[in-house]
Design a binder for this molecule. Structure first.
Ligand code: MN
Length: 383
């Protein structure tokens, strides 16, 4: 099988060879090509993609053409580094971070688990993409260890909370969208501007402490159960590499309000894989997501909130209709009631030392596959 990181993908990232300054490169197979050394200019000799992203859509198109030409010819040896010889850094300087809840299957499962006996979907769910503002400063790059969070939880049947390390540490397999060019305060971004404002996508793991979350989330939503760490891939795959991956969203009924209407709402045909201690436990399909990424951006700005280069908004947990397509262990093990076998052991939530890896591919041109960068993280004991 050919690499999903061939010339049809060319995701951007920030790397540094030992002892050298971080700069922008593109991934080609198991190598990284130094764009500061090959393309020159002002925007690549920098420790994040933000300056390049801020140049705007026309420049993204032009640069992708130059990079495609570059990798199809002879690249100077000194500009090519083995991935194993470099350090990969957080690729973007994250502005604001928003996490949505756009999977109907995930929202339905969580509704059943957190609010048994009531409608699994809240009355607003099919009228707006539900989201919350997260913590941009704790977005970390793939490979960063995650320290088990401590906090308050109320054990089942107890009257009062206790404090200590989370005992229900979980993952959420998600896709993140990176804003390339921002929008002014007071100016909503229409659905039609998505593809020129959003630069690209990352894979994202929204680590979640379910016991902290269950106790704190009423009435204002997620807080400390989510804000301790959010991991993203070191590579940002440009939307320009995902033309062949566009698929219609599921039918939206009832019809959304006018500002959320698209002629043909589209999502992405990404196949995600969740690996837990080396064993694949789930394959969430992004194509089943109810709300489109353009609707998410339109909704998060419809009140006039501005956006900036580097803003990140995530899809929410990607879960398909089948049990082995669920993107969180909460759902896979049905709240811990139905353990799954991982590497020969019955498991529910994460133990110290566990490692989770998310990978994903999508259709590329001419029957090829294009890859998103992996998201890898290992759980370290609470401090
Ligand atoms: Mn989430």
């Amino acid at each position: 099988m050919t690499s999903p990181f061939g010339p049809a993908a060319l995701p951007y990232g920030v790397f540094s060879p030992a002892g050298e300054a971080p700069r922008v490169g593109v991934r080609l197979g198991d190598t990284v090509v130094d764009l500061a050394a090959t393309l020159g200019g002002d925007v690549f000799a920098r420790p994040s993609l933000n300056a390049f992203m801020a140049t705007g859509h026309a420049e993204w198109v032009r640069t992708r053409r130059r990079v495609t030409d570059l990798v199809s010819g002879d690249i100077p040896d000194e500009a090519v580094h083995a991935l194993s010889d470099v350090t990969l850094h957080l690729p973007i300087e994250v502005g604001d971070y928003v996490d949505f809840y756009a999977s109907e299957h995930h929202a339905t499962n969580v509704g059943r688990l957190f609010r048994p006996g009531s409608d699994p979907l809240t009355p607003n769910w099919k009228h707006l993409p539900i989201g919350y503002h997260g913590r941009a400063g704790t977005v970390v790059v793939s490979g960063t260890d995650v320290v088990r969070p401590s906090g308050q939880r109320r054990p089942p049947g107890a009257d009062a909370p206790t404090f200590g390390p989370s005992v229900r540490l979980d993952i959420e397999a998600e896709v993140g969208f990176v804003v390339g060019t921002g929008s002014a305060l007071g100016a909503p971004v229409p659905v039609t501007e998505f593809a020129t404002r959003v630069f690209g996508v990352v894979l994202l793991n929204d680590w979640s402490a379910r016991d902290l979350q269950a106790w704190e989330y009423v009435p204002l939503g997620p807080f400390l159960g989510k804000s301790f760490a959010t991991s993203i891939s070191a590579w940002v795959l440009p939307l320009l590499a995902l033309d062949a991956a566009r698929v219609p969203t599921p039918v939206q009924d009832p019809e959304p309000l006018p500002y959320l209407r698209e002629t043909d709402p589209w999502g992405l045909d990404l196949d995600i894989s969740v690996t837990w201690n080396g064993q694949e436990v789930s394959r969430p399909p992004y194509r089943t997501m109810y709300w489109s990424p353009a609707q998410m951006l339109a909704h998060l700005t419809v009140n006039g909130a501005s956006t900036r280069t580097g803003d990140l908004f995530a899809s929410g947990t990607v879960s398909g209709p089948e049990k082995d397509q669920r993107g969180a262990f909460l759902e896979l093990t049905w709240g811990g009631e139905e353990p799954i076998v991982v590497a020969g052991e019955e498991r529910t939530f994460l133990r110290d030392g566990d490692e989770v890896v998310l990978t994903a591919t999508a259709p590329g041109p001419d029957g090829t596959r294009v890859g998103l960068g992996e998201v890898r993280g290992r759980v370290r004991p609470a401090r």
